[in-house]
Design a binder for this molecule. Structure first.
Ligand code: OXD
Length: 309
């Protein structure tokens, strides 16, 4: 098989090195090589351009180099070729660690102490809630979201989830659905959004959504920047001094230098690193799916085209 690898990650040499070892006997090409795009069978990509996708006329599958697949679905030449997303236990463990760090930062007032340190201020002690005092609302209960919810529950947090459609899976935490979004927002001290980018989730976290959240709560967005209305968020914080936000994803990445989020005292920013892709483990996963394909002679797409993710 001919494999085409595309990403602008600085660690591309490491990716290629491990891919070549794992997919021994197959040819692996990058944009720097001279080859016939029409002869490519498998594409492994992150943020591919439409101009390149257009040339890959005979691919049987596209592997996304991350959990998200919106970077592929948005390309105008994309034609429902099966997509395999990375489902990696290391990635979800990383996501959980990130979420926990942001919850604890908020729960233990660490932001206040960091600010105080900058001014050499010795603050009085403040009482902090215990895990069981906080309700964490998880929005987006896929492979990663459900894992994060279960782990938080094990740490004694109260956990609730929200899904648009009725949930069939049995979970150790309550899942609210459909119109119960208001109740979900009303109950949560922390909302963790892992929403994908689809037509339905665009600006889902808007003025109306934010108004229903507790005034002194925390919003963590580790899904997609497209789901958050940035202007609505800024005006919401303006009238709610104790509303905190932790953002790892943005409408436009990298976040522009002059963006108002950078200097806002209530907003913590990380540069889309909440769950970085683990190279070795992801390649093992791709290889496993590849072998399944060779056995079954067909790739079953991980994408639900009706839902758009
Ligand atoms: C993503 C990822 O899809 O980092 O955002 O995997």
């Amino acid at each position: 098989m001919n494999i085409f690898y595309y990403s602008k990650f600085p660690n591309q040499p490491k990716w290629l090195n491990i891919l070549k070892k794992k997919f021994k006997g197959h040819k692996i090409f990058t944009v720097n090589d001279n080859f016939d795009y029409k002869k490519i069978d498998v594409a492994i990509v992150w943020n591919l351009s439409n101009a390149i996708l257009k040339k890959l006329l005979n691919i049987k599958v596209i592997f996304s180099l991350g959990a998200g697949v919106d970077h592929i679905l948005k390309l105008s030449s994309y034609d429902k070729t099966p997509i395999i997303r990375i489902k990696d236990p290391i990635m979800r463990e990383r996501m959980f660690n990130h979420v926990l760090s942001q919850i604890l930062n908020y729960q233990l007032n660490l932001i206040l102490y960091q600010r105080a340190q900058e001014k050499k201020l010795w603050l009085d002690e403040r009482e902090t809630p215990l895990n069981n005092d906080l309700t964490i609302g998880i929005l987006g209960l896929g492979y990663i979201g459900e894992f994060v919810a279960k782990k938080l529950k094990k740490l004694n947090y109260k956990v609730i989830g929200y899904k648009n459609s009725v949930s069939k899976s049995k979970t150790s935490f309550q899942i609210l659905t459909g119109k119960k979004i208001s109740q979900f927002l009303f109950l949560s001290d922390v909302i963790v959004s892992m929403l994908p980018s689809t037509n339905e989730t665009a600006d889902f976290i808007n003025k109306k959504f934010l108004k229903k959240m507790k005034k002194n709560s925390l919003l963590i967005n580790i899904g997609r920047g497209e789901s958050l209305n940035e202007e609505d968020l800024l005006s919401h914080i303006k009238s709610n001094n104790n509303f905190y936000v932790s953002l790892d994803v943005f409408k436009k990445e990298p976040l522009q230098k002059n963006h108002k989020f950078w200097n806002h005292p209530n907003i913590s920013i990380t540069p889309h690193i909440a769950a970085i892709t683990d190279i070795e483990s992801s390649i093992n996963y791709m290889h496993k799916r590849f072998l399944e394909f060779r056995k079954q002679k067909k790739f079953i797409s991980d994408v639900n085209f009706k839902k758009g993710y």
